[in-house]
Design a protein around this ligand. Structure first.
Ligand code: ATP
Ligand code: MG
Length: 278
């Protein structure tokens, strides 16, 4: 496969031969990928296939058992937490779990990454920054709300505003539209497109939502059991000959999985975990 020939300079983020196990479970099985600067790369695949784990490796929140991660040609997977700080500053994250802190206001949530990296002296400039970031996602005026008093879609928009607080070069989104109705999902999709156009960011988006994937992706990569099974533009994925890809994008359950469920799951190698149900 040509995957082997990927070089550290081939993208703003490059992973090579990534292998990750948790106990006996092989979660990433030799994944190589170069992520192109300024583009939106969407990672799809069934629940538990390793999407979130893959994404965490991109900013070294998880470390590979073997393989390498590069940011702008520099190897980062072995850097210390301290050495990673200036690199992580280039990233905005919109993660699946605990996107916002519930005990502090929207305003305090937005400035949280700023406080992690800088000592704030000019509060007027900060107020202006918060206003501007919230305006970009249509949420100016909600500064003093607590996350509990926002709808799911509003919370995701605030999480997006926080992700862009430090003007990142790269934004990582984990399931930005999960749990939202189709119209609110479209608002988030439009925002992702807008941030890419207006701020020229590189986006990596993990999603199960094919509508969203087709709408925002320059490139779609499908993972299955920790391996890349398809990689290309929306048309390439739509017309992909692999049955696993077709079943996934059409939202079908395979005969083998149905059979396993009828047998009470005894033939199925994986267990359903509570976190698989959102
Ligand atoms: N810290 C960890 N310790 C042990 N196992 C883990 C850990 N993190 C993830 N896993 C396992 O790795 C596998 C892949 O998890 P991951 O979260 O990447 O799935 P996913 O593709 O993001 O799924 P979903 O679409 O449901 O979010 C799962 O079997 C999960 O239980
Ligand atoms: Mg996940």
């Amino acid at each position: 496969m040509s995957q082997k020939q990927i070089q550290p300079e081939d993208g703003i983020l490059v992973v090579r031969d990534l292998i990750k196990r948790y106990g006996q479970k092989l979660v990433l099985d030799n994944v190589s990928m170069a992520i192109e600067e300024g583009k939106t790369t969407v990672i799809i695949g069934p629940s538990g296939c390793g999407k979130t784990v893959f994404m965490k490796h991109l900013i070294v929140l998880e470390r590979p058992d073997s393989g390498e991660v590069y940011y702008r040609g520099r190897r980062i997977d072995r850097l210390s937490e301290r050495e990673l700080v200036p690199i992580r500053r280039k990233f905005g994250f919109c993660f699946q779990m605990g996107a916002l802190f519930d005990s502090i206001t929207v305003y305090e949530n937005i400035i949280f990454p700023l406080r992690q990296h800088y000592k704030i002296t000019d509060w007027k400039a900060v107020d202006e920054m918060v206003k501007q970031k919230l305006a970009l996602v249509g949420m100016d005026g909600y500064q003093h709300y607590y996350p509990a008093n926002l709808s799911g879609g509003q919370r995701k928009r605030v999480a997006l505003a926080r992700a862009i607080a430090l003007n990142p070069e790269i934004i990582l989104y984990d399931e930005p539209t999960t749990g939202l109705d189709p119209i609110t999902s479209d608002v988030i999709n439009e925002l992702i497109l807008k941030l890419q156009r207006e701020l020229k960011v590189t986006s990596v988006v993990v999603t199960h939502d094919m509508r969203s994937a087709y709408k925002i992706a320059d490139r779609i990569v499908m993972l299955h059991h920790g391996r890349i099974v398809a990689d290309g533009d929306a048309e390439h994925i739509r017309t992909h000959p692999n049955a696993i890809v077709q079943q996934f994008i059409q939202g079908k359950v395979s005969e083998a999985e149905l059979e396993a469920l009828r047998l009470g799951g005894t033939k199925f190698p994986t267990q359903f975990m509570p976190e698989d149900f959102e």
